[in-house]
Design a protein around this ligand. Sequence first.
Ligand SMILES: [Zn+2]
Length: 294
Amino acid sequence: MRNQLTINGVDLCAHFGGMINAMEIYFVIRGIKPATRVFISDLEKTGVLSKIDDRIRCVVADFVCQFETEKSKNGYSNKFRSHQIRDGDIPEGYTCPIYISLNEDMANEAKRADGENSAYLGLLFGYPECCIDFYRRNSPKLSKTSNDFVLESLSGNDYLSSASFMMNYAVRYYDYSLLSHFSCSLHCHDSLAIAKERYKMIRNEYPGFAKEMCYRLSSMVLYSEKHGIFYTPEYEIMDNNIAAVKYRGFIGVEGAFLKKLRNCNELRVERNDHLVLLSDGTALPDVDAVMCYS
Ligand SMILES: [Zn+2]
């Protein structure tokens, strides 16, 4: 699947660190995203962009980033520390943001706005205004913790929630997502419109890629700040309240939590106590949300 997002012989996933980054560049080239930012570990990779499409304009940041790693979230992190670049080389363990657009001014604007004006940067990246507001409202609080806005986007009744697979931003920890921003809610109209447009585009041009993306995103996700993010595409809701679910094989970071999940094939969600009860009678505490995407 990773090899399928190829333009002019260049495998975008292999060159730009995964599927989400590859799609970002692809959506800019196809004109449905004004600009994007991608983190790369080797500046020579920018050379390949003109081979992909000679209209691409790319501007390199003046700083490098060191991402914090969160083991329970598959090593992925929303937080990084930045340092100014001295000699243009990226030190081991660091990445450098590059700003990509078909419009050179926009790429430069994105570079200028990064770290200075998140509202403007969000607009340049094509994010909906409601989601930009949501991000700015919650950023002071969440940047002090995991900088993850998914739980914040759930309303009080959403501990157990269902939404379109296109809105699944929880499994981006495993490099699957159609969105590249935190939507203000699971049902944000503008975010869903963006995700739909993107899905339609990849389905037309890269059907195998789209099929795999749809399969992975149509999953049940157990979201726990304490234990990590676990998901399974193979699940079946047994009643209308989606309180009892049959499933097979969860995917997640190895450990006691995952082992318990894999030892069973049915769970029940105790909404009020934020508990997941497994069919062998054991309980999984500290689950912050259960999301069923289809
Ligand atoms: Zn929104």
